[in-house]
Design a protein around this ligand. Sequence first.
Ligand SMILES: NC(=O)c1ccc[n+]([C@@H]2O[C@H](COP(=O)([O-])OP(=O)(O)OC[C@H]3O[C@@H](n4cnc5c(N)ncnc54)[C@H](O)[C@@H]3O)[C@@H](O)[C@H]2O)c1
Length: 155
Amino acid sequence: MALKGHKVVVIGDGAVGSAYAFAMVQQQLAEELVIIDVFKEKTEGDALDLEDATVFTAPKNIYSGDYSDAHDAELVIITAGAPQKPGETRLQLVDKNLKIMKSIIEPLMASGFNGIIVVAANPVDIMTYAAQNFRAYQRTVFLVQEHLLIPQGYE
Ligand SMILES: NC(=O)c1ccc[n+]([C@@H]2O[C@H](COP(=O)([O-])OP(=O)(O)OC[C@H]3O[C@@H](n4cnc5c(N)ncnc54)[C@H](O)[C@@H]3O)[C@@H](O)[C@H]2O)c1
């Protein structure tokens, strides 16, 4: 996926989201990277750290943002989710993560975003289906351990 000159938004700055952002910086993908999380201070710190690292890679505009910043993004990756508690199955996470997904999709689509959504939050197939159906938005794919699965009929 060629993302040079493009804008990417990472929603959820935990273990998965911050690793994704780091990998994007290292691989010199995209020129604008926005990080969004309910834990705002973490996104600010991570954005500054990542920006420091760009001294050794391609110049990049990296910042802690909000949903309005997504209006002209090509790609949004959703990694936000409730942490899985010991003994809790992925299916038991559904209720919690559906609420989180809804709280993300509504302002994301209200921003005017018209790019591709990649969902990593688990259970990833259900969360992707939910992300598509909260706003009838079909440009949604899901990510499973570094592989992009693009089911038939998805753009
Ligand atoms: N698809 C895959 O291959 C794959 C692999 C590993 C983990 N996951 C899933 O990815 C998700 C994230 O895992 P993690 O280890 O990064 O968890 P984590 O707890 O480290 O990070 C989750 C982040 O989401 C944020 N968050 C919670 N609610 C939010 C909201 N409403 N808006 C914005 N941000 C919000 C939290 O503040 C936290 O920073 C989980 O659902 C996990 O199961 C998927």
